[in-house]
Design a protein around this ligand. Sequence first.
Ligand SMILES: *Cc1c(COP(=O)(O)O)cnc(C)c1O
Length: 410
Amino acid sequence: MQLTENALKIDGLSLEAIANEFGTPLYVYETAKMEAQYKRLQKAFKGTKLKINYACKALTNLNVLRFFQQLGSGLDTVSIQEVQLGLKAGFKPEDIMYTPNGVSIDEIKKAVELGVRVNIDNLSILEQFGSIYGGSYPVCVRMNPHIMAGGNAKISVGHIDSKFGISIHQVRHLERLVKSLNIHVEGVHMHTGSDILDVDTFLTGAELLLEVAHKFDALQYIDFGSGFKVAYQPNDIETNVEELGEKMSALFKQFCQDYGRELKIEFEPGKFLVSEAGYFLCKVNGLKQTTATVFAQVDTGMNHLIRPMLYDAHHEIVNISNPAGRKRVYSVVGYICETDTFANDRQLSEIREGDILAFKNAGAYCYTMSNNYNSRYRPAEVLVHKGKAHLITKRETLEDITRNQLEIKL
Ligand SMILES: *Cc1c(COP(=O)(O)O)cnc(C)c1O
């Protein structure tokens, strides 16, 4: 987002004009940023057989999936529905990785029927899988190296208490099952969760995974998951992708030499690819001065953007109707009948009723976590592609809210 002639623009288009054309609340994404991030990652790992699988739970609009497919990306999915969306968007089954947690063997069977790659993170389920398919359908195993990535236990999934992955302390048991049931392990995987704050912690996890990899001799790829952190505020730590690329590539090359074959190195970023490509636009319904603060009340709430309330996420807010205005202190709150505070004591350019505010970093885990609480409609979505704004999800109506309700005689 750039400040040009006093208006905030993305890809040459004024965000305020987009809000006026499509109404608020509105999610706006730019493909140019997604592409830049994808290419940055590619560049950081050049010289390796890199495969990037976009983790689509971050943002599942079919147009976004199709855009990544056209860039040459694979897809990381966590439910059978995401698998189906990926196929609908045009991904080939072999380019879709299905990494569920806590699902039944029945859902995994469906993934096998659809021909996608299957990643299993539970020994009991792997045993069932092996009993059914033996070596006839390859599988990836998700390991948990028990490293603590980042400082936030709510978004870290690799630590000792985590429900994700097969513990590296269970490798003996894993090997027993694989051998007895003749399971074809084609990949090993880890995903330690969001927010790699330092590259060396990540490398420690990677080394542990590579030790496990040596136990299997028919591997095609090693998938190091994600956890690429992007900046959510000025001076925020972000994952140094270039440093990670350099150190990981060296580590991986050495591994491949020892292993005797060059394998694919895979990553599955969500946030890194789409977070900064998104803006969430809302309108200020009212200003409310209390004895304690000045509230800016906006035409949205925790039903549309829950990250601040769910895990104290910080999203920068810009008053795009008055970007050069004098700074004043506000509490920005939603219209839901709960305490849905987006930001406390935030310095923003002076707000007038009717102004449009833009939340930054709104591409990942924002629209996909939205819901209809208070019977409010979910926002519309717009994609800015090659300098043009396209509506990609229309605004809901009352019909959408009552669609599945059946009226009985009372
Ligand atoms: C959510 C998820 C990702 C993406 O994580 P980000 O922090 O958005 O990059 C990758 N892999 C798996 C298995 C996931 O569940």
